[in-house]
Design a protein. Sequence first.
Length: 348
Amino acid sequence: MTSLPPPSLRLDLDTGALASNWRVLDRMSGTAKAGAAIKADCYGLGAAQCLPILREAGARDFFVAHWSEVPGALAHCPPDEIAVLHGLMGRQDADFARQTGVRPVLNSLQQARLWHDAGGGVCHVMVDTGINRLGLAMDEIGDPILAKLGIDVLLSHLACADEDEPMNARQLDAFRKVIAKVPHRRASLANSAGIALGSDYGFDLTRPGLALYGGVPRPEMAGELRQVAYPKAALINIRQIEAGEGVGYNATFTAPKPICVGVVSLGYADGILRSWAGANLLSDDRALPILGKVSMDMIVIDLSAAPELKEGDWVELPYYLPDAAQQTSLSQYELLTLLGDRFRRDAV
Ligand SMILES: *Cc1c(COP(=O)(O)O)cnc(C)c1O
């Protein structure tokens, strides 16, 4: 087939920053080792691009959510380094885990029995210490089935690690009870934000996700973590509009004076939602305000600050996540995982 022309959307990935973020989080984890949450295609940035970098940096414990994410991970790391957080929905999941050597995270007594009956093998077990999503309830941790499993990582998940809430200490206490009761090889409690709560929260293994990819879950981590994802889009049209003319659907912007506007190849189908309205795109640090509504595949910007730009030139979306979250009212997690697959993900 003839080769595809170059795309008009790029997601430049600063792989040096990604590796540095993992090393920073590993160091902050103290005597614990940092793993990596790689679910949702490495939070939208691309497992194919990110996984080799994380592994090269030193990560050896990788967490996906779905079984469907396993083949992508297996292309870059051995099966015993991959854990599937959603656990076992039935015998097919258990058989798949045993055949591939990937570790299920068992989330209930039913799943523990299913794993045991399927032949068992090394697994991980999640206990719920208060978030009330996945995991065994505290009153189930004495169940005899648990002693029959080969539990590698015993884990729990913090609900409020990004805030200074008494709930963090309550979950820590509960998790200590779990560790004392359930036989296991390694214990793991902290996500990205949990790593900053102090060495008490580290145990043997931490599970950062957001902070690897440039998110800043707690302000005190800001100085250490580097931005990884840089979305860029091409100008696909430039036009002069007259005073009084409207821009875009419902003409929500009306030009107060003649202006030069650019149409950028970027829209809500790419994850740049309408909550970006009113923000600026950038060209060499010059602000190019978004005019009117965000369309599915296009955003119109004011080119007054960069009059030399022409069709085919590139502009940037400001994607320092704490600021972008403030600007759009989206969470830093949403801002990463929304980025669509029309972006070409380039390691730079
Ligand atoms: C997603 C997830 C993580 C990573 O959380 P971040 O807040 O992104 O660091 C860790 N553990 C579990 C169980 C998760 O689901």
